[in-house]
Design a binder for this molecule. Structure first.
Ligand SMILES: NC(=O)c1ccc[n+]([C@@H]2O[C@H](COP(=O)([O-])OP(=O)(O)OC[C@H]3O[C@@H](n4cnc5c(N)ncnc54)[C@H](OP(=O)(O)O)[C@@H]3O)[C@@H](O)[C@H]2O)c1
Length: 325
């Protein structure tokens, strides 16, 4: 495994997204033992960056990681997120990045994760009711107190990133970025490079779609959140299959799997980018981590860059409203 720096924070080039172990996808929460083995295998393979959030579950994903990381804390660059639970008021799935809410969130995350510090603490979504300066101001205090080491933002737009960074250096922005979701290339990525902020692409496998393993949504559990995702619905889903097929063609040529090709393409976009593919299975963490060794030719990269655009939005309308572009 090779390592890169997100600003000054050293991380493995490929991280591990833990969300799907407890939340969102079919099978979440069903096999804790395999999830914990997956975390341990990731660490053996040199993965350091592990990603969670208080909203995953809510809370159960952080609790799971707390158990999995007992005795391993020093090997990990532990990242979690706040801002999607309004603790004093409306509860889960409500934006709240006010100072008091952050102070409550961080204590809960530290406790559940069984640690005295978080390495990378992200605002999960920008809160239009709290000026970003106030949010970053309180995060900066948490850095001074040693409760968090560095600060991140997720799905923030350029203006917010610039304002936040003026208050305290932002170490990383975590946003959706993959072969079929490239919206941040135009305005966000150049700004991150100007300000020397790292990029952590989430859903780098297109929520599993780019791996080519999903040919129908029939097998999804009822609560799988891809049921509502426009890219996985109706005609869009059928149209998008050709994207997965083309990734498969490049993979066959490269002697790799489609998941590895999707990750290798991201890695080829720069050494300030550390994707966090999500899985709850040992075999897949092995497959995904091995993408670090996959070298795509210029021709293969060009073919991937020229994939047809995806049909359908990346999120439901309600979720899209929370994104800043
Ligand atoms: N900041 C944000 O707002 C935000 C939003 C979404 C996600 N995230 C973070 O980003 C991480 C990754 O994103 P994601 O989990 O949404 O999407 P992803 O990494 O693109 O895809 C995960 C899905 O792909 C499957 N998968 C993984 N490796 C595979 C392989 N080699 N072959 C076939 N299928 C494979 C997983 O199933 P199995 O688990 O069954 O292997 C899971 O269903 C999350 O865990 C979370 O930490 C952040």
């Amino acid at each position: 495994m090779r390592y890169i720096k997100l600003r000054d924070l050293e991380v493995s080039r490929i991280g591990l997204g833990a969300m799907g172990m407890s939340h969102g996808y079919t099978g979440a929460g069903t096999d804790e033992a395999e999830s914990i083995r997956t975390v341990h295998r990731a660490l053996e393979l040199g993965v350091t960056l592990i990603d969670t959030a208080e909203i995953y579950g809510p809370y159960t994903n952080e609790e799971l990681l707390g158990r999995a990381l007992k005795g391993h804390r020093d090997q990990v660059v532990l990242a979690t997120k706040f801002g999607l639970i309004a603790h004093a008021g409306a509860g889960p799935w409500n934006l709240d990045s006010s100072p008091n809410n952050i102070r409550t969130s961080v204590e809960g995350s530290l406790k559940r994760l069984g640690t005295d510090h978080i390495d990378l603490y992200y605002q999960h979504r920008v809160d239009p009711d709290t000026p970003i300066e106030e949010t970053v101001g309180v995060l900066s205090e948490l850095v001074e107190q040693g409760k968090i080491r560095t600060i991140g933002l997720s799905e923030a737009g350029p203006e917010t990133i610039r304002r936040a960074h003026a208050v305290h250096p932002i170490t990383a922005v975590q946003s959706e970025y993959s072969l079929w979701t490239r919206g941040l290339e135009e305005r966000v990525l150049p700004l991150l490079r100007e300000l020397r902020i790292g990029l952590v692409p989430f859903s780098p496998l297109g929520r599993g779609f780019l791996t080519g393993k999903i040919r129908s949504t029939e097998g999804f559990a009822e609560d799988d959140f891809r049921h509502d995702n426009p890219r996985f619905t109706g005609e869009n889903f059928q149209r998008n299959l050709r994207i997965a097929d083309e990734v498969q063609t490049v993979a066959a040529e490269a002697g790799a799997t489609p998941a590895q090709v999707a990750l290798a393409w991201l890695l080829a976009q720069g050494d300030d980018i550390a994707p966090i593919p999500g899985t709850k299975r040992v075999s897949r963490v092995e497959e995904n981590t091995a993408a670090d060794a996959v070298q795509l030719t210029d021709e293969q990269l060009a073919k991937l860059a020229g994939l047809p655009p995806a049909s359908g939005d990346t999120h439901t309308e309600a979720a899209l409203r929370m994104l800043e572009r």
